[in-house]
Design a protein around this ligand. Structure first.
Ligand code: UDP
Ligand code: MG
Length: 335
């Protein structure tokens, strides 16, 4: 047959599902079962890219097992744990689909919503994101901090990040390509998704509690996440530092005037220890804060200036679409 080579060429799937997984051995089989049920309903061909983000449990083995039964599965095994943002970026780098869905493996993002995301894509939206209506299984405090976080970041930055929106979304090919041009180390994804622009649309859904396993979330992480968000999208804090410095200088100047006048009028029998301490501590505090803010930015400049690659891949095992080999180098054609 003359067309053998063409048949062997990797088919372009309509949809790529990108799933980062870090220690998700308990959830993955159930996740894949629900995902497969959804994909069966969709008219287009799809590939499911699982990214093993340096898991310390059996996640890799579980993905391999799933892949033996389902040829649509592609596996990216990263060389170590790089964090969700970078795992997702790796998935996007390898995705071939005309549209890409980003979804968490822990079933907090219901795969059943995918058809609705795809539907909106047909209406011409480049980014279709899922917006949480409720957050089940999450504490009041987490909800409150999340709310505060969105408020603060939208006040501070020019990029308007939609509230209560995670990474669960559909991206068109051109949105993915745009996103992939942003190779920064500090990847505040929520911000980047918005920053690229294009027609975007939110779809409300109910966020379920985690199916199994443990969240890698905690308050220290949220704090750092917020810091990341602010520093990657605005130099506002640096300006705050400037004006804080200016205000303090003016206040100090006025205070100096008062002291001089007082001394000239009434003389000065030393004393003044409390006011001296207050001034020293206050100025010291302001200076430390400003240096800290500058440090946050300088640290990020340091990281970016190294221009390191975002991640390394241990192995990549592509999906086999149409039951044909998609030129798999790793598996060396089991035929
Ligand atoms: N994840 C990852 N690398 C990490 C941490 C998390 O790939 O270092 C994945 C994880 O497997 C899951 C998704 O990112 O699919 C979301 O993680 P998690 O549920 O811990 O975050 P949360 O939903 O609590 O924000
Ligand atoms: Mg989760």
């Amino acid at each position: 047959m003359a067309s053998t080579d063409a048949e062997r060429a990797p088919a372009v799937p309509g949809l790529s599902i990108v799933v980062p997984a870090y220690n998700e051995q308990e959830v993955l089989p159930e996740f894949h079962r629900r995902l497969t049920a959804v994909l069966a309903e969709l008219p287009m061909e799809s590939e499911v890219i699982y990214i093993n983000d340096g898991s310390s449990d059996a996640t890799l083995a579980v993905i391999r097992q799933l892949r033996e039964k389902d040829p649509r599965i592609a596996l990216i095994d990263l060389s170590r744990n790089f964090g969700k943002e970078i795992a997702v970026t790796a998935g996007l780098d390898y995705s071939k689909g005309d549209a890409v869905i980003l979804i968490d493996a822990d079933l907090q993002d219901p795969p059943e919503l995918i058809p609705r995301l795809v539907e909106e894509r047909k209406n011409g939206y480049d980014v279709v994101y899922a917006t949480r209506m409720s957050r089940e299984g999450e504490s009041r405090l987490k909800k409150a901090t999340a709310y505060a976080f969105y408020r603060v970041i939208n006040q501070l930055t020019r990029v308007k990040i939609p509230q209560d929106t995670g990474d669960f979304r559909l991206l068109s090919r051109r949105a993915v390509n745009s996103l992939l041009k942003l190779r920064e180390q500090h990847r505040f994804m929520k911000g980047l998704f918005t920053w690229i622009g294009y027609a975007q649309k939110g779809i409300p859904y109910r966020r379920d509690p985690r199916y199994a396993g443990e969240t890698k979330w905690n308050y220290w992480r949220l704090w750092n996440f917020a810091l990341e968000g602010v520093t990657s999208f605005t130099i506002g804090p640096l300006k705050v530092a400037t004006y804080l410095g200016l205000a303090t200088a003016i206040a100090a100047f006025i205070y100096a005037g008062i002291i001089i006048a007082k001394t000239l009028l009434h003389g000065e029998p030393v004393a003044g220890y409390p006011s001296l301490m207050v001034v020293i501590l206050f100025l010291g505090g302001v200076q430390l804060i400003t240096v800290g803010i500058m440090g946050e930015y300088i640290g990020r400049m340091f990281d970016e200036s190294k221009q390191r690659p975002l991640y390394f891949v241990n192995t990549y095992e592509p999906a086999v679409t149409h039951g044909r080999s998609a030129a798999s180098p790793a598996k060396a054609d089991a035929a």
